[in-house]
Design a protein around this ligand. Structure first.
Ligand SMILES: Cc1cc2nc3c(=O)[nH]c(=O)nc-3n(C[C@H](O)[C@H](O)[C@H](O)COP(=O)(O)OP(=O)(O)OC[C@H]3O[C@@H](n4cnc5c(N)ncnc54)[C@H](O)[C@@H]3O)c2cc1C
Length: 500
């Protein structure tokens, strides 16, 4: 039975039903109307035949809001929104921006927690229509345009028995994910961060010129692409990615423990994580029990949820990876255990990160992160505070074992061994202040143990100092030098910062 083809179809069906893709459709459709205002910036862009939407247009606000996947829509307003449909159009739009002193912000999948692609003034250049994927099966290289979503790449590569460590949520764009680092499926086995699997890239520079970057050509741009994140000084249109043989026997074990058994979870992971097989991905969460009512008291609802994904090529291999957990105190003290469950990679997306789960819930949204050697200490220090989270969707994720080595040749340069992300997700706009304060306090428990932060999950508007802490001092310094060299006029927006 072609189980994987069935599950691929199922997951793609789910993807199509997501609001995110509805929004994507709207982005592609444009508004088909003339400008309501006679703004000078509405003038045609030479070499671009697509729709230009300006602030005076009737569809502007709905289009602007659809650019950001979650429901916290920033109060930042570009003058123009354009969707490029080819690499040549990207070059034409950037050239036009440079000649007319307009700043450019890039958007690929729109999943950045801060909505970084929405900036005040200038052009928001949406690259989501660029979704071509070409696969060289022999060389195990995927050539991927920046608007491709996680699930699209996984589905295409599976046709050639290959895969790539994409984001865990199916609709995350490859562009922002890769540029900022990328903690993907099976990442501990795949160089730690997905960005380190970029073999080359095609870029549009600030003057509108098109260049390639790899180890031989423009090596300084190649360095910057691998980690430069949501402040890169160029538009990447295409990535050449190293693909890997598809694990055919993924097996998953999950355990639920009451939150007051947190010490059992963390002390066991402290012992097991250092010696674990790198193909075993372990995610440890603090979360609200999905079976409990939303307003259940913390002692009846807040839980530790541990999931271990074994990416083996045979069931025996995967079972051997999961065995130490099955024999550990975590399994003994769990109130719920689902062990050794078979999955295809395509099935993991809807099961663990669908819009029905905290990891993929499309609410109002804010996130902070730590790259740390002490995830257990962070979870402990944060536990009492976590109990106070009003929303049942708020959660904390610790990913054990980033398996990072110092990568002197890439801009991504945070080298602590683990990741912790805290996600405030809620529904009611009136509670925005409460949840931002809640997240601030959560971050205060993470910071003492943080060796750095994850640039895809920091809020540069509230904490500009954290952006720099995503990089080693040497990488940060080199990024500034390269920005000055490649974008001296500041055509591209840099990292999000507080309003001037
Ligand atoms: C539900 C959800 C699940 C997530 N899961 C994961 C996960 O499993 N692992 C993980 O590591 N992260 C995850 N993330 C975080 C994700 O990696 C970042 O949010 C990332 O920025 C999203 O990329 P995007 O292209 O969708 O976002 P966008 O908002 O479109 O892009 C973010 C920024 O990246 C820059 N950018 C994007 N494309 C380009 C380009 N082509 N050229 C130049 N600059 C560009 C721009 O500055 C842009 O503002 C998740 C986020 C969400 C909301």
């Amino acid at each position: 039975m072609d189980h994987s083809a069935n599950s691929r179809r199922m997951a793609l069906k789910q993807l199509v039903s997501l609001g995110a893709i509805g929004a994507l459709g709207m982005l592609r459709a444009g508004n088909g109307q003339a400008a309501a205002s006679g703004s000078a910036t509405k003038a045609a862009i030479p070499g671009f035949a697509g729709q230009i939407t300006t602030r005076g247009d009737a569809s502007y606000e709905s289009l602007r809001q659809a650019l950001v996947w979650h429901r916290s829509k920033p109060q930042r307003y570009p003058d123009l929104i354009v969707q490029a449909r080819s690499e040549a159009e990207v070059a034409a739009i950037v050239r036009h921006a440079a000649q007319n002193r307009l700043k450019v912000a890039i958007r690929s999948g729109g999943h950045n927690p801060t909505g970084a692609s929405l900036r005040d003034g200038g052009i928001c250049l949406d690259l989501s229509p660029l979704t071509d994927i070409k696969v060289d099966k022999q060389r195990q290289i995927a050539s991927v345009q920046t608007g491709v979503r996680a699930i699209q790449l996984v589905a295409r590569l599976a046709e050639d028995d290959l895969t790539f460590p994409t984001a865990h949520c199916m609709t995350v764009g490859m562009g922002g994910f890769l540029l900022g680092g990328g903690i993907g499926w099976n990442h501990t086995y795949r160089s730690g961060m997905a960005t380190l699997n970029i073999e080359g890239a095609e870029l549009v520079l600030a003057d509108g010129s098109r260049v390639v970057a790899n180890a031989q050509e423009n090596p300084d741009l190649y360095w910057a692409v691998r980690g430069g994140g949501p402040g890169l000084f160029a538009a990447v249109t295409r990535f050449q990615l190293k693909a890997y043989p598809l694990p055919k026997a993924i097996r998953v074990s999950s355990y639920i423990l009451p939150l007051d058994k947190l010490a059992t979870m963390t002390s066991t992971l402290d012992k097991l994580a250092p010696g674990k097989d790198p193909r075993l991905e372990i995610l440890a969460l603090l979360m609200h029990n999905p079976e409990a009512p939303a307003d259940a008291p913390p002692e009846k609802s807040k839980i530790c949820f541990l999931t271990a994904f074994a990416f083996g090529y045979s069931a025996e291999e995967s079972r051997a990876m999961l065995a130490p957990l099955a024999q550990s105190p975590i399994a003994r003290e769990a109130t719920v255990r689902e062990e050794d469950q078979p999955f295809t990679l395509m099935e993991l997306f809807p099961k663990f990160f669908s819009t029905e789960t905290p990891g993929g819930y499309m609410g109002r949204y804010a996130a902070e992160s730590a790259i740390t050697d002490e995830p257990g200490k962070i979870l402990h220090d944060m536990a009492d505070h976590f109990r106070t989270a009003r929303s049942p969707i708020c959660h904390v994720i610790a990913s054990y074992g980033l398996n990072l080595k110092p990568h002197a040749d890439a801009c991504y340069s945070s080298i602590a061994r683990h990741y912790v992300g805290c996600f405030a997700i809620w529904d009611d706009e009136k509670e925005d202040d409460y949840y931002h304060r809640w997240l601030e306090k959560s971050a205060s428990y993470m910071d003492p143990w943080a060796k750095g932060h994850y640039v895809n999950e920091v809020d540069g508007q509230r904490h500009p100092e954290r952006i720099q802490l995503c990089y080693s001092p040497e990488s940060w310094q080199r990024l500034q030098v390269l920005r000055q060299k490649y974008d001296p006029q500041g055509v591209f927006h840099s990292y999000l910062a507080p309003p001037a």
